[in-house]
Structure formats: C-alpha cells, structure tokens
Design a protein around this ligand. Structure first.
Ligand code: FES
Ligand SMILES: [Fe+2]
Length: 320
C-alpha cells in the first residue's frame, strides 16, 4: 500500500449511518472496519476480536459495551477488554485490546485514518465560513478504481452527454482553454466555462464558471459561482474499498438560498447514477499513468495534471 494513501483520511460513513446499539461494518483499503457509538462518541475498530479472531461485527452492544459473539469478551469505548466471562477472576492483560483508528466527525460525515502517523486532515475554505449550509450525501458504490472516479469528477466535457439537460447541452459542448496550476497543495483549475441549461435555478440557460481542486489523491471539490455573491460547492471523497471497488461521499455547500436535505440527496443520487455505468465501463480499470496510452486533447488538461500529480506522489494503487 502506498504510504501517502495509507496515511490519508477516508470518509467512512454519514454520521446517521451509525445507529444506537448497532455495529456498522465498512470496508476500506481491503480492511474490515466496525463503527459504533456510545452516546455521541464514535469508535472505529478493526473487525477482529483479539481472542480468537472472530468478527466483532457479529457481536452486540449494550450499555456502551461491545460484546464478542464467540466467547462474550467485552470491550469498552477505549477498545480495551473489560471482561472475560470464562475466567472472570484473572487480571486482563493490557494486550487484550482491539486495534482502533482515529476518527474525525464533521459536516455530517465520519472520516477515519488507518495509520498511526496520519496526514493532516484537509479542510476546504468553505468549511470554515459560517455563511455556508451543507448536506452530506452517499454512500455511492462503484466497481471502479478510485483514480478513475476522481478523474470523472474533474471532467466537465462529459456534462452535455452523460448529464444532458442537467449539467450541459449537447450543441454547446465546447470547452474553453481553462487554467491549471499544480502545487504542493494539489491542483487548481480555474475559469472552466460550462454552458448549462439552468445554471442559477431561474431556468435561463447560460455560461457558468467552475473552479476545480484536487486536495489529495482521492479528494476533490469544485465551486461554481452562480452570481457575484452566490456560490455552490461540491466536495467529493472517494474511499477505496479495494483497488477495483470504491465508496463515495459528497458534501454540497451553498452560501445562498435554501438547502433541503432530501432534495439535495435525491439530486446527487440521480447525477451519480448517471456516472456509474460510464465509469464502471472504462478500460483499463486502473488509470493509465502513461500519458500516451489514451488519447488526450486540450480539454483534458486537468486529467493530465491529475495523472502527473499521482505520479509525483508515487501512487501505485488504482493506477497502471
Ligand atoms: S473470539 Fe471473541 S471472545 Fe473469543
Ligand atoms: Fe458526471
């Protein structure tokens, strides 16, 4: 596993996916993770009982204690074993502790980090601006490699075709020469002009300017300035389940109007459902790092920058 990717933060669930006294099972980077909560505190552990290695996801939770289904060993929120029913009198060894992971909870999502030496958690600037309302959506599942999914997120040229009459119009499919800058912080593409059927919600077709950002290999966002003051932002997190299978969460942010949870989620569900068959169909499944192996044109410059960026970070997961 690439060191940089292993140390990154991954969106693992919506906060509301973790129900009281229920164990939530997730798969990240070929590992099984269980999530559960005590009051409002969220725990993320390896799905493995340290006694005989059975899956803790088969266990149960009562009064803030997680009990393994096999021999009933009990674990408290610190993941330390607190009770061994077959030998209640022995001193429980310190080693009797389930592997646990760091958790961050924010904007309706939960992120975890598998590493003991995590990369910095990246906040986008709109997160700290109180004028923005937000709604988290997902999970979406794709039988596709994470870099393929990010590249599709960065691609505006597919709007008129895959999202016809929603994000683009077929007879206005031309993409301008936008600007792309790669730095230590990732990639910024600005002045990306897209002709849309209804860019500001007034049903008047017109051009809208997007800015796209890659913050880390599987984490990107775009902003679209609907008017001088009104801005719409979509933040996009791809969490690899394995090299060929991924889970996606997004956060919609707006500094204007009403942001209804149900409508926002339904819209994101609808748009993502249009992307899924296309991205799942792409061959090779792993994103080619050899820039000659697919045919790139000027309007693909952000995807070229993305492939170069992955190469520079020495990413080998999800690419070929
Ligand atoms: S394997 Fe979990 S208690 Fe024995
Ligand atoms: Fe799309």
């Amino acid at each position: 596993m690439d060191d940089f990717l292993y140390k990154d933060w991954y969106a693992v669930c919506l906060i509301e996916e973790i129900k009281k006294d229920k164990i939530l099972l997730k798969h990240i980077l070929n590992q099984e993770i269980i999530l559960w909560k005590k009051n409002t505190k969220i725990m993320a552990w390896e799905n493995l009982c340290i006694h005989r290695g059975s899956r803790l996801s088969l266990g149960s939770i009562k009064n803030g204690i997680l009990k393994c289904a096999y021999h009933g060993w009990e674990y408290g929120e610190s993941s330390q074993c607190t009770k061994i029913p077959s030998q209640p009198d022995i001193k429980i060894p310190k080693k009797a502790c389930v592997k646990n992971y760091k958790v961050i909870e924010k904007f309706g999502l939960v992120w975890i980090n598998l590493s003991t030496n995590p990369n910095e958690f990246i906040d986008i600037k709109e997160f700290n601006n109180k004028k923005y309302k937000y709604v988290a959506s997902g999970p979406y599942f794709m039988n596709a490699a994470a870099p393929r999914i990010i590249e599709n997120f960065l691609d505006v040229a597919h709007f008129p075709f895959v999202h016809e009459n929603y994000l683009g119009i077929k007879n206005k499919a031309e993409i301008n020469d936008y600007d792309v800058v790669t730095s230590k912080k990732g990639i910024d593409a600005t002045n990306v002009r897209v002709f849309q059927p209804n860019p500001d919600g007034t049903n008047k077709p017109g051009e809208v300017i997007y800015d796209y950002h890659v913050h880390s290999p599987f984490f990107a966002s775009f902003g679209k300035n609907i008017s001088k003051k009104n801005r719409f932002v979509l933040v996009f997190y791809v969490t690899p389940i394995s090299e060929f299978k991924s889970m996606i969460y997004s956060i919609t942010l707006m500094n204007f109007g009403k942001l209804d949870k149900k409508t926002t989620r339904e819209y994101q569900d609808f748009i993502t459902a249009q992307d899924i068959p296309i991205v799942e169909s792409q061959r090779p499944e792993l994103l080619p790092m050899d820039l000659q192996s697919e045919l790139s044109i000027r309007s693909d410059r952000i995807s070229i920058a993305y492939r170069r960026y992955l190469k520079k970070l020495n990413i080998s997961f999800g690419v070929s």
